[in-house]
Structure formats: C-alpha cells, structure tokens
Design a protein around this ligand. Structure first.
Ligand code: NAD
Length: 287
C-alpha cells in the first residue's frame, strides 16, 4: 500500500506553529527579500514568500532592483540591509543576473540573518553538528519524514544530487539522525543498484523520469525533491509514477517538498528574530 507524504498539510501545520509562537512571544519578525531583475519564476517564488509571511504574521518587504545594476551596487545594498536593526532575515532570490557573482553578494549577509543558510559560517556550523539556521529544503524534508515517523537511524538513505543547496546538506542532516548515507551524482556508476538498496531514496537531480520502478526497493520511502516541467509543461519530479507505486511512502510533486521548503523559511525567520533578541522560544517544531 502506497501513501503520500503530504507536504502541503505538514507545511500548513508548521506555518501555524510559527504564527502561534510569534504571537505567544510577542515577537515581531521581519524578512527582507532582494529580487534582482525580471526572471518570471523568481517573481512567482517571491510572491509565495510574501504570502507565507502574511500567513505567519512576519513583516516582509521585497527590495526589487534592476537586473542591469552592477554587482557592487547590489552587494552594498545587501550590506545596508545587514546593518538595519529592524530586519531579522535577508534572502537574496537566486539566480542573480549572469553578470553577477552570487557568492560575492551572498557574502554580505551576516550569518545571524542568513535565513537560507547560504553563508560559509552557517554551512560550517551545519557540518560541525552545531546548526543554527538550516537550509530550508533539506530541513523541510527532515521535518516531513519526522511527521510521518519514518525511521532513519541505521537505515540506508540514498541522496541523488550533491548540490550545496540540496544534496550535500541533505546528506548531513540524515547523518545527524544516524542514517547510513550514500550520495550519488551525475558521475556515479551503477546508480540503479545503489538506489535499489535504499530504504529512503531522496531524488534531487532535476532530471524528470530519472528514477524508474526498477531502481526502487519494494516498500522504500521516496522523497522527490525534483521540480521539473514535463513535455506538456506540467510540474513533475525526478521519479516516474511507476517508481512511486512500489514505494510505501512518497512525496508528490507538487505538494510534497516544495511547500515544506517555504514553511521552513518561515521557521528560520522566526528563529533568527528570536536569536537576535536573545529569546529562547522553546519551539517544539525545531528539528
Ligand atoms: P543542481 O543542478 O545544482 O544539482 C543537481 C545534482 O544532481 C548534481 O549534483 C548532479 O550531479 C546530480 N545529477 C544530475 N543528473 C543526474 C543523473 N542523471 N544521475 C545522477 N545524478 C545526477 O540542482 P539542485 O539545486 O540541487 O536542485 C535539484 C532539483 O531539486 C531541481 O529539480 C530543483 O528544481 C529542485 N529543487 C526543489 C526544491 C523544492 O523546494 N522542492 C528546492 C530546491 C531545488
């Protein structure tokens, strides 16, 4: 019997928790979103973030900038947000225009306001087992697995993808839960057999149809992080429908990992706000 891991439902729960916790602590959290240029997908993502903030009672302001601006101008602007004491979290919507070096712009975000967990300091803390703000997508996956009581300790978790945003931090968070983790990537040989040995298979390749039925052990858990468009322009993950069918649990696309990513951003803004005020929220949802 196959069940879905309902990211939409759990994300709504997380956002409610955030809203209630902020209210209960009289905490006013604020997020600054930096949006550079006219990428339509980025504009939609930023709209979603604004909506989530509204739902959670987080003050959100989008700082839009012309895509032709020089990198230094954008970096200096981020620096000014960093100095602004009224702002708890700063998010630079990626991708930035091609003429900009994203790492240089992101480096202007101070770790305590780095709600995407992109700075070297926060990444270092994550890998040394002392994470403060966790990257939203992997943290969202962990919360979703936890909500459904999916055991990880001692289990073989296979992560397809080794990006800094998803694959690598995903592997680290799984290791922190005592999973045995294998990370696969575009040069991995024998991907099929490695995936077939997974108790939990996390696909984050951005490659529609990559994970087929023969790559999934009966009763495994599939987390499909992939967000792709199929030939009909419909949103789809990295796994085929037949692959989902042999699993015990899987995350649908859409409605799985995507909403969890958004909810974890709200959690991070709340944690950043509390941390900046030296407030211990005793927040149960923190994982
Ligand atoms: P990326 O392109 O930076 O990394 C993809 C990784 O997959 C690489 O490490 C690459 O080696 C690996 N890969 C690609 N093709 C492969 C193959 N055939 N076999 C094995 N490994 C392969 O992408 P990313 O930023 O990590 O994102 C991955 C996917 O997750 C994308 O579809 C992206 O849109 C999606 N995503 C979803 C969310 C969400 O909230 N749902 C968040 C972030 C990313």
């Amino acid at each position: 019997m196959t069940h879905i891991l309902d990211g939409k439902m759990v994300a709504a729960k997380v956002k409610k928790e955030v809203a209630e916790t902020l209210k209960a602590n009289g905490l006013h959290a604020s997020l600054a979103v930096v949006l550079v240029g006219d990428d339509p997908a980025s504009h939609i993502y930023v709209e979603h973030k604004n909506k989530d903030c509204e739902e959670c009672g987080v003050f959100c302001r989008t700082h839009w900038m012309d895509g032709n601006f020089k990198q230094d101008f954008v970096a200096n602007y981020v620096q000014s947000l960093a100095r602004n004491n009224d702002i708890d979290g700063i998010l630079v919507q990626l991708p930035l225009p091609e003429h900009m070096n994203a790492a240089k712009v992101l480096a202007e975000i101070p770790p305590e306001k780095d709600v995407d967990c992109f700075t070297t300091a926060n990444i270092g803390r994550l890998y040394s087992g002392d994470a403060f703000l966790k990257p939203c997508t992997p943290a969202g996956v962990m919360r979703l697995l936890d909500e459904y009581g999916i055991p990880l300790s001692g289990k073989h978790c296979v992560v397809i993808g080794r990006s800094n945003v998803v694959g690598k931090p995903m592997a680290q968070l799984l290791l922190d839960e005592n999973a045995t983790v294998t990370v696969c990537h575009s040069k991995t040989e024998n991907l099929r057999d490695i995936c077939r040995s997974a108790d939990v298979l996390i696909a984050a390749a951005g490659n529609p149809g990559l994970v087929t039925r023969d790559m999934v052990k009966d009763g495994a858990v599939i987390v499909d992080v992939g967000m792709n468009r199929n030939a009909d322009g419909k949103l789809c993950g990295d796994c085929t429908r037949e692959a989902y069918e042999v699993s015990r649990f899987y995350t649908p696309v859409p409605g799985g990992v995507g909403p969890m990513t958004r909810a974890m951003l709200m959690q991070n803004v709340m944690m950043a706000a509390a941390n900046r005020r030296g407030l211990d929220l005793n927040y149960k949802g923190e994982n």
